[in-house]
Design a protein around this ligand. Structure first.
Ligand SMILES: O=C(O)c1ccccc1N[C@@H]1O[C@H](COP(=O)(O)O)[C@@H](O)[C@H]1O
Length: 229
């Protein structure tokens, strides 16, 4: 499908309680993300994740977010949780992405940090291997974990990309800026964590609803605009 007319995929990441997960599902999120990186304020144990996944299954796609895990550990996690997707948010090489995909049989989203136009060159090495590329802001220097810092990057850089790429966009999105991000970047999907929180790791149900509503409205406007041009 022409990406300009594809429905926007909305992912709410870092959910860790039944109440906030339910809010994301009721708001109409397409994907829900569970963070398995121990240093993250959104970290969930496998037991808590299984409880949340049982609520989400059949209503939204379940994304397990991991950082530089080896193939054996990843396989054990996916056998226990049975997610729909893996989000690889570390320094995984194309070869490691391919090995994880083969070992788990799951769809894989590979996150790449963007700080300048030169960073977009890294995309090519993952095309045909990762099922989706996620373009995120780079973390602050010396950050304890590599994503989820609420920092946007220059979405104007993405105008240079082939529209057929169909990438996921994240980094500092929130209910107030998501419409502008969609209008500028025309992503296949969007991913948010900090922008729907009242403090790191504490999701805000009102902000989740506002974010999904703002994103759906902006996506409808972008689709109508593409139909006129
Ligand atoms: O959310 C986390 O804690 C996290 C930890 C380690 C790697 C990635 C993480 N989150 C991802 O980071 C981006 C941006 O999030 P934000 O909206 O700027 O807070 C997003 O893709 C999250 O899935």
């Amino acid at each position: 499908m022409n990406p300009a007319f594809a429905p926007l995929t909305i992912k709410i990441c870092g959910l860790s309680t039944p109440e906030t997960l339910r809010a994301a599902l009721d708001a109409g999120a397409d994907m829900v993300g569970l963070v398995f990186h121990p240093k993250s304020p959104r970290f969930v144990t496998t037991a808590r994740a299984a409880e949340l996944a049982a609520m989400a299954r059949g209503r939204a796609e379940i994304v397990a977010l991991i950082v530089d895990r080896d193939v054996g550990e990843t396989r054990a996690l996916t056998e226990a949780l049975k997610p729909d997707w893996l989000q690889l948010h570390g320094q995984e090489t194309p070869e490691q992405v391919a090995a994880i995909k083969t070992a788990t049989g799951l769809r894989v989203m590979k996150a790449l940090g963007v700080g300048g136009a030169h960073d977009l060159a890294a995309i090519a090495a993952y095309q045909g291997i990762a099922d989706r590329i996620l373009l995120d802001a780079k973390p602050p220097k010396d950050a304890a974990y590599p994503g989820g810092h609420g920092r946007p990057f220059d979405w104007g850089l993405l105008a240079a990309l082939d529209p057929a790429l169909g990438f996921m966009l994240s980094g500092g999105l929130d209910p107030a800026n998501v419409a502008q991000a969609i209008a500028m970047a025309r992503p296949w999907g969007i991913d948010v964590s900090s922008g729907v929180e009242s403090a790191p790791g504490v999701k805000d149900i009102g902000a989740i609803r506002d974010f999904v509503a703002a994103a759906r409205a902006a996506s409808a406007a972008a689709t109508a605009e593409a139909g006129r041009t």
